[in-house]
Design a protein around this ligand. Structure first.
Ligand SMILES: [Zn+2]
Ligand SMILES: [Zn+2]
Length: 271
């Protein structure tokens, strides 16, 4: 069963497609279920971008309208991708409590008030430090926060790194990654397989196969699949490979969410 559980639309400032356009493309690609996950990143440090919030009333209305329009053809879920920073956790939790989201991705986009996309984060750091700081921050945040369902794009820090990529980079700090997985598992949270990694020089999902296997070995069973697309051209990109990777890691089910509850679906080849 093909699903896409990580989609940004023009309700976020960095999204280009409409909800309607995404639904049509999903149906054309044979995707059975999608979750829109536009951004809320409270107190984004860079004044040039406003990821702080979106018009949630408009967002839910638009999703409902398309649910009716494509009923019987496509299952549509109302999700959100929240950016975690230590000082905004309470405020973010309140938003999650106040709205009827089906699914919440918790992501680390900002580390110590620095946006990796802008490059400053990497200055003066070795590769080892780049990853360590990111994982340490992630661990602290998921220990302190529970209003999410899956941890977004593990290994995100590679996306904008100016240092040359090596496959081994993915396996730096396995001790910290194990701790992250253990906290997630203990809290009943999952991971996502984010196929935007196939658009990166690493050409593998975030996280890569080895880490997905490790999550499973430690007892993890909640795993979603998403393209993290912001425009129609990227929509659905890598989903089939991502699903293959999930199977290769030993999973025979993937997870979808309704009203923040996980549902498990058997995955088979040729679907
Ligand atoms: Zn993200
Ligand atoms: Zn995203």
């Amino acid at each position: 069963m093909l699903v896409d559980y990580h989609i940004h639309t023009n309700h976020s400032i960095d999204g280009e497609m409409t909800i309607d356009e995404a639904c049509i493309k999903a149906i054309n690609l044979g995707i059975k279920e999608i979750a829109f996950t536009d951004h809320i990143d409270l107190d984004w440090p860079d004044p040039e971008f406003d990821f702080d919030t979106i018009d949630l009333e408009k967002y839910f209305t638009d999703i409902e309208k398309n649910k009716t329009k494509y009923k019987g053809q496509l299952k549509i879920k109302a999700g959100i991708e929240i950016g975690l920073q230590p000082h905004v956790l309470n405020e973010t939790a309140k938003i999650i409590e106040d709205y009827p989201f089906d699914f919440v991705i918790g992501s680390v986009h900002i580390i110590q008030r620095m946006d990796p996309y802008r490059g400053k984060y990497y200055i003066g750091k070795t590769k080892e430090e780049i990853y360590r700081l990111y994982y340490e921050e992630t661990l602290r945040l998921i220990e302190d926060f529970s209003h999410f369902d899956v941890l977004g794009h593990i290994g995100y820090i590679k996306r904008y790194s100016p240092l040359p990529y090596n496959k081994e980079d993915e396996l730096l700090h396995l001790d910290l990654i194990d701790e992250i997985f253990k906290v997630l598992i203990k809290k009943g949270k999952g991971i996502e397989v984010n196929t935007s990694g196939y658009r990166h020089v690493s050409n593998c999902p975030m996280p890569p196969l080895e880490l997905i296997m490790r999550y499973r070995e430690l007892g993890g069973n909640i795993i979603t699949l998403g393209s993290d697309s912001h425009k129609l051209d990227d929509f659905g990109f890598g989903l089939k490979s991502g699903l293959e990777t999930i199977m290769q890691a030993g999973f025979d089910q993937i997870t979808t969410f309704t009203n923040r509850k996980p549902y498990f679906h058997r995955i088979r080849k040729k679907e």
